[in-house]
Design a protein around this ligand. Structure first.
Ligand SMILES: [Zn+2]
Length: 531
């Protein structure tokens, strides 16, 4: 007797094997059997004409703070994602011993939101108590660890601090973090050197946990950025994940080919090198990354003072190494404001338009908006047309390339309803399966499903997830493969995709007939074994 039978769908197990017309039986939150299963179940869902697959896994999100505001997981569930991995690019909500710094530099915080936890374990306990709508695993972020130990100081770590940082990372891994992430284009991670990165990657390696890195550069100095990530993993012996690895505007045309070759050399040494790609040309980041490095000194209070100073203004605008070369090239129409508490009316407009409305140079408009946000300037985000489509395709064409959103979980109702982050927040799986895999004929459905299921589960060492097999967790998505389509646009970013029918998280219906139910059945996934 099953609790649930998904009847008569084309079942893909997630390994890349072809789909077969079958039933999937679920009992006590797990897949119990796959085959022709008869009539012994409490509940049936007719899947005729539909694709049945393991729930999709998003191994790169930034929902650490938003899940605490609203644990529903609506934006990801409505596109079939049943597990997300938070804490990427060096930023996690925990540990949080220096609240004033960790809160200020975290993405997705809401006005008045307070971080009520200290250790990583405290945070995971509170996250579980929130009852998330989908499963969540969390990296501990190097930027967060550094803020706790060195603060916002623009300098290298000394030996004692390196030992301390290693111990803090070790404790987070003991308490359930599934890996360690770094974000080397961001403050304060960009002050670290290879010695510091190797020290934290070594701790990841002790635990056979993943070291994921947002590399220091992916445009002018992409060789240095990617090379540093590869060297860190090689020296530390760590399993590596190179995050959102598409060259950005400003990189030479051969960069993507060269990056693939660089990775191959390191893989030949037996180092486990993985990578992932955002299936979209437009990507998000903090808008304050437009500022030159020296402007961060003293933290947000000092940053606000500098923005106020008319004498400093030309210096702030002179940034020889902006994080996005779109800024240096003054491609203002390819930069769109996504979130601003002080200027909600400008959200969704590009900086050519904003400059015109404000009757000012677009670059000044950017700095003015940051100033108007004051100490909450880390909450201001934008998206830029940063990734050439030809490079996205080249990366996606590699069979081991994973796919990610790089977004935050959002919702069309409740406290997060007015937040926009990136077109991938609601549409990344549908864009990958519908646009790239199906319409652009980059791969067949079985191969496309594997990219979203067993491939990311293996990268993250997620036990019994990512495949449909007896004994595995019943994270399941049912969709119409011919119809699945991304509807998110820059103007209407929070549009849910077409073609999604049902989503089950740990055997419970999170989406039914295309509608989100009230069930929140997600589990916080913790690293279980100690080294
Ligand atoms: Zn990143």
């Amino acid at each position: 007797m099953f609790d649930l039978i998904l009847r008569n769908g084309t079942v893909f197990d997630g390994t890349g094997a072809a789909g077969r017309l079958m039933d999937v039986g679920v009992r006590k939150g797990k897949v119990a059997a796959i085959g022709k299963l008869g009539d012994y179940a409490t509940e049936f869902v007719d899947c005729s004409g539909l694709t049945v697959a393991p729930g999709f896994i998003d191994i790169h999100t930034h929902s650490d703070a938003t899940l605490m505001t609203d644990p529903d997981g609506y934006s990801l569930l409505m596109q079939g994602v049943t597990t997300e991995i938070i804490g990427n690019c060096g930023f996690s909500c925990a540990p949080c011993f220096r609240k004033e710094l960790v809160e200020k530099f975290m993405v997705g915080t809401m006005p008045g939101q307070e971080f009520r936890w200290k250790s990583f374990g405290d945070y995971l306990d509170l996250l579980q108590a929130q009852k998330p709508g989908l499963n969540v695993g969390a990296y501990v972020g190097h930027n967060t660890v550094r803020l706790n130990i060195i603060g916002n100081e623009p300098r290298l770590a000394d030996d004692d601090e390196l030992t301390y940082m290693g111990n803090v990372v070790r404790q987070a891994l003991d308490e359930g973090a599934i890996g360690v992430s770094s974000g080397l284009e961001y403050n304060p991670g960009f002050h670290s050197d290879l010695r510091e990165l190797v020290a934290i990657a070594r701790v990841a390696s002790e635990y056979d946990a993943t070291y994921a890195t947002h590399v220091r550069n992916r445009d002018w100095q992409y060789e240095m950025g990617v090379g540093e990530g590869l060297a860190t993993a090689r020296i530390a012996g760590a399993r590596l994940q190179l995050s959102h690895l598409v060259p950005k505007v400003g990189a030479p045309e051969h960069a993507a080919d060269h990056i693939l070759e660089m990775m191959e050399w390191t893989q030949k040494l037996g180092i486990d090198v993985g990578y992932d790609v955002i299936p979209h040309e437009w990507g998000p980041t903090f808008m304050y990354t437009v500022l030159p490095k020296w402007a961060y000194e003293g933290g947000v209070v000092a940053m606000v003072e500098r923005l106020k100073d008319p004498v400093l203004r030309p210096k702030l605008k002179y940034n020889p190494f902006p994080q996005w070369k779109l800024v240096g090239e003054k491609r203002w129409s390819e930069l769109v404001l996504m979130r601003s508490g002080a200027n909600p009316g400008l959200v969704g407009l590009n900086f050519e338009e904003i400059g015109r409305i404000r009757n000012t140079d677009p670059h000044d408009a950017i700095l003015d908006i940051l100033l108007e946000e004051g100490e909450n300037m880390a909450d201001v985000t934008w998206v830029g047309k940063i990734s050439p489509d030809r490079d996205i395709r080249l990366m996606l064409a590699q069979s081991e390339c994973a796919v990610i959103s790089d977004a935050i979980t959002l919702n069309n109702s409740g406290p997060l309803k007015d937040i926009r982050f990136a077109p991938t927040a609601f549409g990344w799986t549908a864009r990958f399966l519908g646009h790239y895999a199906r319409d652009e004929r980059m791969m067949d459905l079985a191969a496309g499903i594997r990219r979203l299921t067993s491939l990311p589960a293996k990268r993250m060492n997620l036990a019994r997830r990512g495949e449909l097999k007896p004994g595995y967790f019943a994270d399941i998505v049912v969709f119409d493969a011919a119809a699945i389509a991304d509807n998110a646009t820059l103007q209407d970013m929070n549009a849910t995709p077409t073609g999604l029918a049902h989503v089950f998280v740990n055997g419970q219906a999170a989406v039914s007939e295309g509608k989100r139910t009230s069930v929140r059945a997600g589990e916080v996934i913790r690293r279980s074994s100690k080294p």
